[in-house]
Design a protein around this ligand. Structure first.
Ligand SMILES: [Mg+2]
Length: 174
């Protein structure tokens, strides 16, 4: 349960979100890619992000992944979390974003996106709730609705799923 203060304007945007789209490196991870002597990659994911994604999906919000890189680790983690929309090696992220809008009959105001780099800006400028992590590029952090308190890979995604779930609760006191 989150104890952070979330501005009303953010909750108003958050309560209309039907789809949470996530970047991977720097958002679901700390941005580090560990490569061993055989060239095999390893990334670390956050267990609390995972349970937040599960809870959000149970509440009826779709979750998708979009990344510029390609890794079997991402497919594995997405499968574990029940995320069907996994888009890897995407250089033109806004194209996939538009395809998702069409596929699920959604509009910008129903999309939330968490990003950390300039490649994410085209989506962040369109999405109804745009979020960056504190480790994001400065150009990105200055152009979003919300910068998470937790860093990528350290619970940033959970912070956003908590906000989305909090905003969806029908009667809020105060
Ligand atoms: Mg990234």
């Amino acid at each position: 349960m989150t104890i952070m203060k979330v501005p009303k304007a953010i909750l108003e945007k958050a309560c209309r979100i039907e789809f949470l789209l996530l970047d991977v490196d720097g958002v679901m991870t700390d941005g580090m890619i560990y490569i061993d002597a055989d060239g095999r990659e390893t990334k670390a994911f956050n267990i609390y992000d995972g349970s937040g994604i599960h809870m959000l999906r149970k509440a009826g919000v779709r979750v998708g992944i979009i990344t510029g890189r390609q890794s079997a680790i991402v497919d594995y983690r997405a499968q574990e979390l029940g995320i069907a929309e996994v888009h890897q090696r995407v250089l033109d992220k806004i194209k996939v974003y538009d395809e998702l809008l069409r596929k699920y009959d959604l509009q910008d105001f129903q999309m939330a996106y968490i990003g950390d780099d300039v490649i994410d800006l085209p989506i962040l400028e369109r999405a109804g709730l745009s979020v960056a992590v504190p480790n994001a590029h400065p150009d990105v952090k200055g152009r979003v609705d919300w910068v998470t308190q937790k860093a990528g890979g350290s619970g940033a995604v959970r912070e956003v799923t908590d906000i989305l779930l909090m905003a969806r609760k029908p009667q809020r006191r105060s």
